[in-house]
Design a protein. Structure first.
Length: 445
């Protein structure tokens, strides 16, 4: 085991994660002779029963054993440290950290048994973190590790420290703590394997999330792909698969991004991430040269109603607008005016406010001009100017500039049409004169 520890300690990145997870299973098998499939029948350490390993700062014990009154006093009426600890845990669970903290501090200041001190300091870290005093929470967890480094909850403390560093934006330090969880989990006991397996899985999630937040999308994609292969029901699979699609698109693995995106849409058609997934699919399909399929994804996004599960309509609308606007502008600059116009027409129907419709109408007018349809371009510019009244004095400088440009475009189109009419007349007159001249020169003298 010592040799395996050294190997895991020197490894880094995804290979290290794979190795350490395998070592946890190996160490358990060496000490117990049990297969991995037997872990669900084992009991976690008494101090960490009912741990939800897929939520941050979860509770590690059951509800208070001492019955409490509405005023928060133990019915027993005693100063039993166990009852006080249970009361603090109750306040923490009911989102009242300001009431839990003084109880825990009082316990730590008194002459109480060491096991209660451990629990009190451990819970104090969670309570202070709930109050968003992150540096202080980090210090409390560090004190816990300094005093009881061999406590079975040490890996959990490393995990909480990593999460706090992540909240503070110290991602490199967060990763160090997360890998410490993996290493510390090697020293598991026979009756703790189920708990540690969940802890390791949660740590994998946190490592993937940290790599994602750091912009290390290659590593993030590897971690997310691996997590999706885990059958654990506690995983937030829609979120994991969505971030996998985004990571794959960013790193240019477009074929896999399209495949994962299509699978996401099949599994979670009402997820709030649907429009964003279609956005990344459209980008990947465009990169693969499948322009028609990319256009199809954009149109589906624009025409689809908001999710049925009550997702925020503003978020849904934002991604519809972004998906359509970016691809339409890209098609316009590439000279694909027909498809660009198709998207602009749908975009105009998403939002009736002048701040949205005015720029879209302007792009539609320009597109009609490129398609040599000046009459439709003029009609579109006039529709744009009709929004000026609705905007009134609230028009931003940007909108006012678009109104001025639309008027200029209308005047330009009129001038262009007049110039073309004059040009046609001059051309006809010139041709008539040439014919007359040729006729005279060919007349016999």
């Amino acid at each position: 085991r010592k040799k395996l520890w050294e190997i895991g300690g020197y490894a880094r990145g995804l290979p290290a994660l794979c190795l350490l997870e395998a070592l946890v299973t190996f160490a358990h098998a060496q000490t117990t002779g049990e297969s991995q499939s037997d872990w669900s029948s084992l009991t976690p350490p008494p101090s960490v029963v009912d741990t939800n390993s897929f939520q941050s700062d979860v509770t590690f014990s059951n509800a208070p054993t001492a019955e409490v009154t509405p005023t928060g006093t133990a019915i027993s009426g005693t100063n039993d440290p166990n009852a006080e600890l249970a009361m603090a845990e109750y306040y923490k669970k009911t989102m009242q950290p300001e009431k839990a903290e003084p109880i825990l501090i009082s316990l730590l200041a008194g002459d109480i048994p060491e096991p209660i001190q451990k629990n009190a300091l451990f819970e104090l870290g969670a309570v202070v973190r709930a109050e968003n005093d992150l540096p202080r929470a980090q210090n409390i967890y560090a004190q816990f590790l300094n005093r009881w480094s061999d406590d079975p909850r040490a890996p959990e403390v490393f995990l909480r420290q990593g999460e706090i560093f992540q909240q503070m934006g110290l991602t490199d330090m967060a990763l160090t703590k997360f890998y410490s969880v993996m290493a510390a989990s090697l020293s598991i006991k026979n009756d703790q394997y189920g708990y540690y397996q969940k802890l390791v899985l949660q740590t994998q999630v946190e490592i993937a999330e940290t790599q994602y937040l750091m912009g290390h999308y290659v590593d993030a994609a590897d971690f997310y792909s691996r997590l999706l292969q885990n059958p654990d029901q506690g995983l937030n699979r829609p979120q994991i698969q969505f971030r996998l699609v985004r990571s794959l698109t960013i790193i240019g693995h477009h074929t896999e991004a399209v495949s994962q995106g299509q699978d996401f849409l099949t599994r979670y058609p009402d997820a709030e991430e649907v429009p964003e997934v279609r956005y990344y699919m459209a980008q990947s399909l465009k990169a693969l040269g499948q322009d028609d399929e990319a256009l199809k994804q954009v149109l589906l996004c624009l025409q689809q109603q908001k999710a049925k599960n009550g997702s925020d309509p503003s978020v849904w609308l934002y991604w519809q607008q972004r998906v359509g606007n970016e691809l339409a502008n890209q098609l316009y600059h590439e000279g694909d005016y027909v498809h660009a116009l198709e998207i602009y027409v749908d975009l105009a129907q998403l939002d009736s406010t002048p701040s949205w419709q005015v720029p879209v109408y302007y792009q539609m007018g320009l597109t009609y001009e490129k398609l040599s349809q000046p009459e439709k371009a003029t009609d579109t510019y006039n529709k744009l100017l009709a929004c000026e009244t609705a905007a009134g004095t609230n028009a931003t400088p940007g909108l006012s500039a678009v109104f001025d440009m639309a008027r200029w475009r209308i005047n330009f189109l009129k001038w262009q049409q007049n110039a073309e009419t004059v040009d046609h007349k001059l051309t006809a007159t010139t041709k008539a004169a040439e014919v007359s001249s040729n006729s005279i020169s060919n007349t016999p003298q």
